[in-house]
Ligand binder design. Sequence first.
Ligand code: FES
Ligand code: FES
Length: 157
Amino acid sequence: MSSHHTEQTTLTVNGEVRSFPVDPRTTLVDALRERLGLTGTKKGCDRGECGACTVLLDGKRVLSCMMLAVAAEGASITTIEGLSAEGELHPVQRAFHVNDAFQCGFCTPGQVLSAVACIQEGHAGSPEEIKEWMSGNICRCAAYPQIVAAVTEASVQ
Ligand code: FES
Ligand code: FES
């Protein structure tokens, strides 16, 4: 007997309403990447430990590997693809660029979205505070000094 079944799910992603069938056990990161083709959201550990899959849900950061897609229904989801108007870099993206805050780039979408929320939360007042509140976002390339510099710069804009 197959236990597979799908349910029609409606998500609002980057201002667009998208309806599609999913297995209700599908995580948000898999729905974004595999069903909606939004591969800017990265899947690193798939168990809540690296932050690569960070997206914004109603402006708050969440780990999309730890959340079911169906649980995000009704919320406004922002992925890296929708962070800024077309063709323009968001100020946080610009600060990452200017400060060389990435090497391989794998962690970067999650770092950028986390940084946007970190600044909005008022948790970017000092390098120490930024380190603490960005500690859920792991960078295997250890670009941490540059990431902290970029968040600092973006926070005063
Ligand atoms: Fe979600 Fe690592 S992929 S926290
Ligand atoms: Fe490579 Fe962060 S830039 S993991």
